[in-house]
Design a protein around this ligand. Structure first.
Ligand code: FAD
Length: 373
């Protein structure tokens, strides 16, 4: 490596996507990852690509909608390009989503979601009553009043996506090193190199894409990065003779049979710092929500349980920005619950910031400066 190398710290979806798009521009890239690829949120997520909102209650995601739609487009490109380059099937597929409503208040929220979602080209959304929902998912609880049905949304297997991105990056010449970055060295307003536990590595530019661990690097760059970990747990179940072929969401929970024939169910939201252990409380919470949505699935057999940490920015919106203090440092993190969807877009925009190109979309909303106001 030499001082014309861009160093990317963090091999989650954001760091890997950044390396991928830089390498496409023929930039020399070194990516440094501390742990096994896919061993954190980017490998253990649910993998839903829902640019028009999350499961259950309507959430205003308007400030990130353009980024989310851009992410969706890049995922479509990845779904062809990555298997072609690597032979890895990332299991990207379009399947509908049903946001179900048990109460009158939830009906109001779902119906307003339908109105809002209908505006977007390429997406179809309508309100369905219980009988119509039963035709699509016979296992659904008879207690629901109805659901917002949305087409145009998708999912994939996040772990396979990460493996494919690693291989694609390597094929395009990205150098991948295992190691923990422990600090940076500067000259004036420029970062000249970074330190790992064993060596100093020169760089022309530095991209920090360290997920929730961005929280710990304030002393490197003399600025607080208001990102914290938000733990989530997922369970995977074997449910004989049952396939839930659309993602059913309620109250922040969602469930769908994935292409591995297991019913994936997520997820908890736990503000417990950097603890990423699975718990019996988390499992029980998810199972009780499963039975609320599908009361007859009590024969489901637990196969796998995982936990991981979302990087959540203080205001819930991603950070994609160059630092004022150090002109060759770019930050990319904080995508929270939507990092798999947003990751490729964040990587593309970050690569554009590094190469001083015009960014594909306006990124003012994602500035680090917004926290200093
Ligand atoms: C249970 C759960 C379900 C989810 N489901 C979805 C979903 O359905 N759809 C969706 O869009 N999003 C989902 N997400 C969110 C998504 O997983 C995250 O937002 C996204 O993976 C974050 O990616 P990242 O690259 O920013 O961070 P990470 O994946 O955390 O990657 C950061 C990497 O940086 C490395 N690192 C940190 N410090 C250092 C250092 N000093 N030196 C070297 N390497 C370092 C870490 O080891 C890590 O690999 C889910 C999250 C959870 C927890």
């Amino acid at each position: 490596m030499n001082n014309s190398t861009v160093c990317v710290v963090g091999g989650g979806i954001v760091g890997l996507s950044t390396a991928y798009f830089l390498a496409k521009e023929k930039i020399q890239v070194l990516l440094i990852e501390r742990d096994s690829f896919g061993s954190h949120a980017s490998g253990f997520a649910y993998g839903s690509l829902s640019p028009l909102g999350e499961a259950g209650i309507y959430k205003d995601i308007s400030s990130e909608i353009e980024l989310a739609l851009f992410g969706m487009d890049l995922h479509k490109q990845f779904s062809h390009k990555l298997p072609e380059m690597t032979g890895i099937d990332i299991q990207h597929r379009f399947r509908p989503a049903l946001d179900i409503a048990f109460s009158d208040q939830e009906v109001i929220e779902c119906k307003s979601q339908v109105e809002w979602r209908k505006q977007y080209k390429g997406y179809k959304s309508e309100w369905l009553d219980l009988a119509q929902v039963k035709k699509i998912v016979p296992e659904i609880s008879s207690e629901i009043i109805g659901a917002a049905y949305t087409e145009g949304v998708a999912d994939l297997d996040p772990y396979r996506l990460i493996l494919a991105l690693v291989q694609a990056c390597e094929k395009m010449g990205v150098v991948i090193q295992h190691g923990e970055v422990t600090g940076i060295n500067t000259k004036g307003d420029t970062v000249t190199s970074l330190n790992t536990k064993t060596k100093e590595i020169p760089c022309s530019d530095l991209v920090l894409a360290m997920g929730p661990w961005m929280k710990n690097i304030s002393s490197w760059i003399n600025i607080e990065i208001p990102i914290k970990p938000l733990k989530g747990q997922i369970i995977k179940l074997n449910v004989p003779n049952t396939s839930i072929d659309c993602s059913v969401g309620w109250n922040g929970n969602y469930a769908c049979t994935k292409l591995d024939d297991l019913l994936w169910l997520g997820t908890t939201e736990e503000d417990v710092g950097f603890d990423s252990n699975i718990t019996s409380d988390g499992r029980d919470h998810l199972i009780s929500n499963l039975l609320k949505m599908f009361p007859n699935l009590d024969n489901a057999e637990l196969v796998h349980q995982t936990a991981c940490l979302r990087p959540l920015a203080k205001d819930g919106i991603a950070i994609i920005d160059k630092l004022e203090q150090y002109s060759n440092v770019t930050l990319a993190s904080g995508a929270g619950r939507k990092g798999i969807l947003l990751g490729p877009a964040m990587g593309k925009l970050t690569s554009e910031l590094v190469t001083d190109q015009k960014t594909s979309i306006n990124i003012n909303e994602f500035s680090i400066g917004r926290f200093q106001k």
